[in-house]
Design a binder for this molecule. Structure first.
Ligand SMILES: [Zn+2]
Ligand SMILES: [Zn+2]
Length: 142
């Protein structure tokens, strides 16, 4: 619902603008896409929005906690609107596909460090690396 996004923006003390609404809608419908994909999704609907404006929107939404930025090692940054539930990701080494996995234990940090060295730990970032079913099938195919 677009009105939910408006309420989220206001709750984060951000002005409700068409580009911000469009970025949130694009990420809701296409989770884990990179910046270039966000730009093409938003500009398909609002061709007048500049690349720089979309970069700025992504940064503002990420800073406000409305969007989560994930960056698996060696990959470009991806964005999603599913925030604050401490979920993890499965990443395909072959094609880069990313899917969500529920947090193992339910709340952050879901893993306990074997030695916290006195740090107050509030998050455990877990990435499961492997091969997705499509790529696994390709490998078996003759
Ligand atoms: Zn794959
Ligand atoms: Zn996710």
């Amino acid at each position: 619902m677009m009105s939910d996004f408006a309420a989220q923006l206001r709750a984060a003390s951000l002005r409700v603008t068409r580009p911000r609404m469009a970025v949130l809608a694009a990420l809701r419908d296409h989770p884990h896409v990179d910046t270039d994909t966000v730009i093409s999704l938003v500009r398909a609907d609002q061709p007048m929005v500049s690349h720089q404006a979309i970069y700025d929107v992504l940064r503002a939404l990420t800073d406000a906690g409305l969007v989560r930025r994930i960056q698996p090692a060696g990959a470009t940054a991806r964005y999603e609107t599913r925030v604050a539930d401490n979920h993890h990701h499965l990443v395909c080494r072959s094609c880069g596909a990313i899917v969500d996995v529920e947090c193992a234990a339910g709340q952050a940090p879901c893993l306990t460090a074997s030695d916290d060295h006195g740090y107050v730990v509030d998050e455990a970032e877990v990435v499961f690396w492997g091969v997705c079913p499509d790529c696994a099938a390709d490998r078996i195919a003759p």
